[in-house]
Design a protein around this ligand. Sequence first.
Ligand code: DGY
Length: 345
Amino acid sequence: MPKILVTRHVGEHAMGILNQSGLELIINPEDAAPSREWVLKHIADPDVQAVCLMHSQPSDKVDQEFIDTASKSLKCVSTFSVGFDHIDVKAANAKGIKVGHTPGVLNNAVADITVMLVLMTLRKIGYSIDLIKQGRWPQLPWAPFVNCGQSIGHPSLTIGFLGFGRISQAALDRLLAFTNKEHPPKIIYNSSRRRDNQDTIDADFSKRWGVQVQRVEKEELATQSDILIVLCDLNPSTKDLVNKEFLGKMKKSAILVNVARGPIVNSEDLHEALSTGQIWGAGLDVLTGEPNIKADHPLLHLDNCLVIPHLGSADYDTRNGMAELCVRNAIAAVKGEELLAEVKV
Ligand code: DGY
């Protein structure tokens, strides 16, 4: 009987779908990450044909060790995430293992968090919350320019995206609702991937919002953006892409928002840029080394840096949607059907 390995309970909705599949399941009994040994032991089971796993669990890294240990019957690793930087896709494919992921269903949730971080960073909300919690409100009473931030309606604004996929486009649609209608912002992006319908996508934004959307080189993205949003994949070409050199080219008034993966932005270089006033502020949903971030992490102690703990997709509807797609990918693979969403590299 074919089995699906589930490295963590994926919620009642998706567990129901798994239970109705008629396939045998091996489920991690703890509501916590399993040990690496537990994962390796079970993927070697000759009946395990698919595994549902998490990008956030070190035990679930699909590296050469995982691939070498997996039984010959493993047909699919299905990750409960759109990102797949924890999976060596080429090595998996070389062994005939397909990789499933969860694009689409999280676009709105991550776009919402992106907008929230942009607004909170521009308006210094993280700092303001810290301030009143420390009982310091009386030191900064209402006065003409006390606690002022920057306006998203500024008449000569440029919004830049590093990566211009579905989530960036959903974020842009939301952001444009806040910007200046008489002086619409300029939209620029840099992306290594060019979709076949990219011209149509760009033209569609112009039609709906009266803005120009333009692909630019990284240098221009750094120098021109007032709001720079990082929403690209993490891969060897994007690791540390936002480094000292990149940050050094940015405007002193610019903000950086990272909702993709921590290692795309070099933390030490960002700390230096923020503390020397090289850039104005940062809003981060992700950080290199997460979740093992201690309270003394330097970026947590800057007034112009707001950090939240990787919760871009964290609303119940979205997580249930991701869980469903994750288990349906696994079931499809076991049944010999096409995955609903397969990673192609
Ligand atoms: C993903 O799906 O890759 C997200 O980072 C999870 O929130």
